[in-house]
Design a protein around this ligand. Structure first.
Ligand SMILES: Nc1ncnc2c1ncn2[C@@H]1O[C@H](COP(=O)(O)OP(=O)(O)OP(=O)(O)O)[C@@H](O)[C@H]1O
Ligand SMILES: [Mg+2]
Length: 250
């Protein structure tokens, strides 16, 4: 089982779009795949047309007092399952903090799925918190969508610093350019000469494309309604990059 997190401290950078599209590609290849929507906003659940609700609330689930299995839902796509979000996840830090090993609770919860799923995608809320620390502990790879702007690069630096401070393996952090617009001079100059601190920058950039926005109207992964679009092809290439990195990280 490979755990892949889509993470950034910053909001609105393409984390959910990445998780939803890459998980779809993984399942299409025949790999049983689970997406855990960890964001109380429930966007990944929305894209897969599943109500973002955990009956009875998320607390007992996160604390391991209820069987995760009971809440996993099949999506409209073969081999692709979803563990929906719940609005109570806004308090997930608190829930985690009350467990025996607060940093490794998500890792522990996922362990029983080792044989069931080949890939688990964690769609994370934008923050740096106990939830994110759990994700860093649990993930084989942390994908960081990065808009090619100066501020985003600073954010990336902060993530790197945090990893080093916590003694985490920085080579598992895989940034890639997201919502890239080559008509913009700043985007072009950053992409043509990425800063050295962006170690393990993935080759593929996801372009800015209104088709990605349309996912919200269609409520399906991109490849279902615009398989030939440039962004759909880029997600395919990005998925190849990710798989290559995962084999390196084994
Ligand atoms: N490549 C892209 N081109 C155009 N629009 C995009 C692209 N990627 C994402 N978007 C749009 O930008 C918005 C934010 O994307 P998304 O929800 O994937 O980001 P996020 O990082 O998960 O946000 P949040 O921090 O709120 O969870 C959405 O409306 C989405 O449709
Ligand atoms: Mg999101």
């Amino acid at each position: 089982m490979k755990v892949i997190a889509t993470y950034n401290i910053k909001g609105g950078v393409g984390k959910t779009a990445t998780a939803v599209n890459l998980a779809w590609l993984a399942a299409r290849e025949g790999a049983p795949t689970l997406v855990w929507d960890l964001d109380p906003q429930g966007a990944a659940s929305y894209y897969y047309r599943i109500k973002p609700k955990i009956k009875g609330g998320g607390k007992r689930l996160v604390q391991g007092k209820r069987d995760l299995d009971d809440f996993i839902r099949g999506t409209d796509y073969a081999l692709l399952d979803l563990l929906p979000a719940d609005f109570s996840y806004r308090n997930m830090d608190l829930f985690l903090d009350q467990t025996k090993n607060p940093l490794r609770q998500i890792h522990k919860l996922l362990k029983p799925f080792r044989k069931e799923y080949y890939y688990v995608f964690l769609d994370c809320p934008p923050s740096i918190s106990l939830v994110s620390e759990n994700i860093f502990e649990a993930a084989s790879a942390v994908l960081v969508p990065t808009i090619p702007t100066t501020l985003s690069l600073r954010t990336h630096e902060q993530i790197g610093k945090f990893f080093r401070q916590q003694g985490l393996d920085i080579t598992r952090v895989l940034p890639f350019f997201s919502m890239a617009d080559r008509r913009k001079k700043l985007h072009r100059s950053i992409m043509d000469a990425p800063p050295a601190q962006m170690e393990n920058l993935l080759r593929t950039a996801i372009p800015y494309d209104s088709n990605v926005e349309r996912m919200g109207i269609q409520r399906t992964p991109l490849a279902e309604f615009a398989p030939k679009s440039r962004s759909a092809r880029c997600y395919e290439a990005l998925w190849e990059d990710v798989k290559q990195q995962l084999s390196r990280l084994e």
